[in-house]
Write a protein that binds this ligand. Sequence first.
Ligand code: NI
Length: 190
Amino acid sequence: MKLPILAYGDPVLRRKATSIEPDEYPNIKQLVNDMFETMYAARGVGLAAPQVGLSMRLFVIDASPFSDDEPFLTNFKKVFINACIMEESGEEWAFNEGCLSIPDIREDIYRKPTIAISYYDENWKHHEEVFSGMAARIIEHEYDHIEGKLFTDKLSPLRKRLIEKKLNDISKGIVDVDYKMKFPAAKKGR
Ligand code: NI
């Protein structure tokens, strides 16, 4: 089932998400499937639970669209539950990022290239792994979501001012988007 994606301005996107326990969400696999379906329908490479209105430490990614440049990413489809980034290292590099909650805006964002992360997968198996390149970038972006942060937070004050109106429009639903969203400041009937 596809879920509506919360748009910029929704307070859930600003909340630090809480950890989940295995017995708290026996239907976690159904939710994970729904999140993948929602993400693919919107042609995203990552989606975090707060973006579908659930303030929990869960995100999914599929980095395979980047496998042309980084063959390692072929079938790089993963679920991260209760993730914790333990270390970020290396020289920051820029990449033009977007976000399904902020349609139509893309900005160059600097992030560190390597991360060490601990997390559980959808079978509640624990992992401690190191990722680099695009995999690390996508994980860092989604990890920010469960921390209540958005990529636009990383922009310079000038850049922020330049896109401010566009961000306000997005929260009102004044944006062209071909997947289902929930707009926090939309007038009734929009
Ligand atoms: Ni995002």
